[in-house]
Design a protein. Structure first.
Length: 335
């Protein structure tokens, strides 16, 4: 189980936003020099190759980041169907081999046939593993790392830092990262940040908690291991830091449903991977203690882009949604 799979029943940044309604890659894989090539991985290790890699297999969000710079992977593995993966659902995946659409399951035999010279996956510091190679995945899936060097940017303290890291990786692979549309979309993201800061400044007493309800437990996200939540905190949003994160998996504090009301935020940030417009009422029907959380009873909940963000474009879209939710929120709900 990884950070973005707290729900057992059921996250570099690209800099391209193809308008508010969707995204697209920027074209064909750029021509690259012969090499040698190196990149400092999120683990701190320097990954090297005699030539610049061109046959790349990437995890879903990381693939979206590379494609935004015109680098098209030969294979992608995702943690859910590519049609619903928020990183991939609006991208043209024609000609790309899909190697897995479920967390922990990668078709390594298919991957080997692609003759990859680089595997790209985020580095998860709490688990000390790259995406798709964490504890709990199928043993066969971990053999992906035997096919080629593995490199990625750390899921660290900021999505913005993640963006810069994947921009550096793309540039090292031969991408032109100075295209005008890239600068334009960074500006769009910066404008979204400015609007979000203004909204939080207007609600200085507003508190929020990032939550992910599941059949067995209620999970409360620990911002220390959620870079998008750390960004929101740095921009003025009072995201509650849970007092007792799981020592073995500190992304979350795990609450029994009897104790679901331990925290009383004014606004719930709901794990977007399981959020639906009717989710609040549905969980109130399944778990009556859900409505002991005053914000849940008041219907004060908004989708939170939990652990999946990999593009400036996506972050801008999600941030604008959160800005509207903050502006509409009542800072006295949790009192």
């Amino acid at each position: 189980m990884r950070a973005w799979r707290p729900i057992l029943a059921v996250t570099a940044l690209s800099v391209v936003l193809a308008g508010c309604g969707g995204r697209s890659d920027t074209g064909e894989t750029p021509a690259a020099a012969d090499g040698p090539w190196s990149f400092t991985d999120g683990s701190g290790q320097v990954v090297k190759a005699d030539k610049i890699p061109t046959r790349i297999i990437a995890h879903a969000g990381e693939a979206a980041a590379l494609m935004s710079f015109g680098i098209k992977p030969v294979g992608i593995y995702s943690d859910e169907p590519v049609k619903t993966d928020p990183n991939l659902r609006n991208l043209d995946l024609t000609g790309i081999e899909i190697l897995g659409e479920e967390w922990g399951k990668i078709n390594v035999e298919k991957a080997a046939a692609l003759r990859p010279d680089l595997i790209v996956g985020d580095w998860w510091p709490a688990e000390k593993a790259h995406s798709g190679m964490e504890e709990g995945v199928d043993a066969q899936s971990k053999k992906l790392a035997e096919l080629a060097p593995v490199a990625g940017v750390t899921q660290g303290k900021s999505i913005v830092a993640l963006a810069e890291g994947y921009e550096d990786l793309a540039e090292s692979l031969g991408a032109d990262v100075d295209k005008p549309e890239i600068a334009a979309n960074k500006t769009r993201f910066e404008e979204a940040v400015t609007a979000f800061k203004a909204a939080t400044a207007g609600k200085p007493g507003l508190t929020v908690a990032a939550m992910s309800p599941a059949d067995d437990k209620m999970y409360v996200a620990n911002p220390e291991y959620a870079p998008e939540l750390l960004d929101l905190q740095s921009w003025g949003l009072k995201v509650i830091n849970p007092g007792s994160p799981d020592p073995g998996f500190p992304y979350w504090e795990n609450l029994s449903w009897e104790n679901a009301d331990k925290y009383q935020p004014d606004l719930i940030l709901w794990d977007g991977r399981s959020f639906t417009p009717t989710a609040n009422a549905e969980w109130g029907g399944k778990q009556p203690t859900w409505f002991k959380i005053k914000a849940a009873k008041a219907g004060a909940a908004v989708s939170w882009p939990a652990f999946w963000l990999h593009t400036y474009g996506d972050f801008a879209i999600e941030l604008n949604k959160l800005t509207e939710a903050v502006k509409a929120a009542d800072p006295n709900v949790g009192n």
